[in-house]
Design a protein around this ligand. Structure first.
Ligand code: GLA
Length: 412
């Protein structure tokens, strides 16, 4: 009996080891990373004389770090402040090392990292697997070890590694692998953010099992824009490919549908609710790209909403998926720890007013979510208790056009 139990234990240990080996083994990103990334809002602004508050500069990141620490962002979980493209000088230094543009980053990246760390935050930086970044600055091709060492010596905590300007798919894949190994060799904990599958996909099916062994998260699809059509296209792509991409996500490795654009110009309130709710359902890394110096109280409330963030950060680390879609509504669910489920109802109709959607609780969570009964709490657009339901009952929710009702279903 004892021997049999021991044998079972070994099976469990072996299974756990096999599962762990699937993810990049750097111990990082056990839940989707959260932070701020400059790209969508600030793009490649380099003219600090003309636009001192909008250019990609030391000052921009210092001011954003100040806001993140002072205005509840860090405490809500937004930990990384990340530099995207266009931070570099146009050439490497005499030793071949990447260097920050001396005018826009007069103190250099090391000093910026120290400042960011002093605020209890972490610093992210950007480079590219090819010979040039997407915006034409020096890329890391042929310099993977040197660049990883440089980033580590500066105290960088995350690398976004873009995929422009490789000569071949083999070179692209090899570069992503080599940079992962180079980061590991530095001995510093550096989250590794990839765009490997996105650049591969037009020509080759990505091997997600392999990608997950090298990257902590990876972009699959086009850049997010500050528009509802962009959010819709990301959700549609994700639903269409969910059979391939959902199962691969988990602690250590996540699908990245790109930045949160809430707090900018292009999304209505209802569409902002949809982005926040669906990024939680998708277990997406939460990198805001907005101006934390000018943000409405509503956007701040949504982005700092504890209940939504808790769903996004759920320790079980399972990505959600679309259960059904008709002309008007999409129904999504995400398994959570403690046998709970997050459920999202998205009204995709762009005409008319609020619409009622009624769905049976019997089928949620493969028939287990509300079996024999459950309590349901609405998280978005506002939090409220919806009460207790039995397995055979239905639930009706009213959803504004382009909005989403996000629910948490707890077993009883
Ligand atoms: C690509 C990436 C974006 C951004 C830009 C920078 O388009 O997908 O996220 O990093 O490059 O040039």
């Amino acid at each position: 009996m004892a021997a049999a139990r021991r044998a079972l234990c070994w099976v469990a240990v072996a299974a756990a080891a096999a599962a762990a080996a699937l993810a990049l083994d750097n111990g990082l990103a056990r839940t989707p990373p959260m932070g701020w990334l400059h790209w969508e809002r600030f793009l490649c602004g380099t003219d600090c004389a003309a636009e001192p508050r909008r250019c990609v500069s030391e000052q921009l990141f210092v001011e954003m770090a100040d806001r993140m620490a002072a205005e509840g962002w860090r405490d809500a979980g937004y930990e990384f402040i990340c530099i995207d493209d266009c931070w570099m000088a146009p050439t490497r230094d005499e030793q071949g090392r990447l260097q920050a543009d001396p005018k826009r980053f007069p103190g250099g990246i090391r000093k910026l990292a120290d400042y960011v760390h002093s605020k209890g935050l972490k610093l992210g930086i950007y480079s590219d697997v090819g010979s040039k970044t997407c915006a034409g600055f020096p890329g890391s091709y042929n310099h993977y070890d040197l660049d990883a060492q440089t980033f580590a010596s500066w105290g960088v905590d995350l690398l976004k590694f873009d995929g422009c300007n490789s000569d071949s798919l083999e070179q692209l894949a090899e570069g992503y692998r080599l940079m992962s190994l180079a980061l590991n060799k530095t001995g510093r904990s550096i989250v590794y953010s990839c765009e490997w599958p996105f650049y591969l996909r037009p020509l080759q099916q990505p091997n997600y099992t392999e990608i997950k062994q090298y990257c902590n998260h990876w972009r699959n699809f086009y850049d997010v824009y500050d528009s509802w059509s962009s959010i819709k296209s990301i959700l549609d792509w994700t639903a269409l490919h969910q059979d391939t991409i959902v199962k691969i996500a988990g602690p250590g490795g996540w699908n990245d549908p790109d930045m949160l654009v809430i707090g900018n110009f292009g999304l209505s309130w209802d569409q902002s609710v949809t982005q926040m709710a669906m990024w939680a359902i998708m277990a997406a890394p939460l990198f805001m790209s907005n101006d934390l110096r000018h943000i409405s109280p509503e956007a701040k409330w949504l982005l700092q909403n504890k209940e939504v963030i808790a769903i996004n950060q759920d320790p079980l680390g399972k990505q959600g998926y679309q259960l059904s879609k008709d002309k008007n509504f999409q129904l999504w669910e995400r398994p959570l720890s403690g046998r709970a489920y997050a459920v999202a109802v998205l009204n995709q109709q762009e005409i008319g007013g609020p619409q009622k959607f009624t769905f049976s609780l019997t089928f949620l969570g493969n028939g287990l979510a509300c079996n024999p009964a459950c309590s349901i709490r609405q998280v978005l657009p506002a939090s409220r208790d919806c009460g207790v339901y039995s397995w055979i009952s239905s639930l009706s929710v009213e959803v504004n056009p382009t909005s989403t009702v996000l629910l948490k279903v707890l077993p009883l």
